[in-house]
Write a protein that binds this ligand. Structure first.
Ligand SMILES: [Zn+2]
Ligand SMILES: [Zn+2]
Length: 79
């Protein structure tokens, strides 16, 4: 059996989650580890963005509020 260690915590699990990013396979034992590694971080409040989030000037924010706090005022949350 091909057991692969989680990229984040090193746990070995026989049913890993594989996520391809830019053609490169990343292996995780659980979604929590995948989110930890792959989810972008809000530039303002450092929270992990697991929903839509907003992008402005190449920066990721968890919402328009944080973008506004960072001086970007043209964004609105998608209703
Ligand atoms: Zn893990
Ligand atoms: Zn934020």
């Amino acid at each position: 059996m091909n057991v692969t260690a989680c990229k984040v915590c090193g746990n070995e699990y026989d049913k890993p989650i594989t996520v391809k990013v830019d053609g490169e396979s990343n292996v995780y034992d659980c979604f929590e580890c995948a989110i930890h590694d792959l989810a972008p971080t809000c530039t303002h409040c450092r929270v992990k963005i697991v929903g839509h989030g907003v992008e402005a000037d190449g920066e990721m924010f968890c919402g328009a509020h944080c973008a506004g706090q960072s001086g970007i005022e043209t964004l609105r949350d998608r209703a």
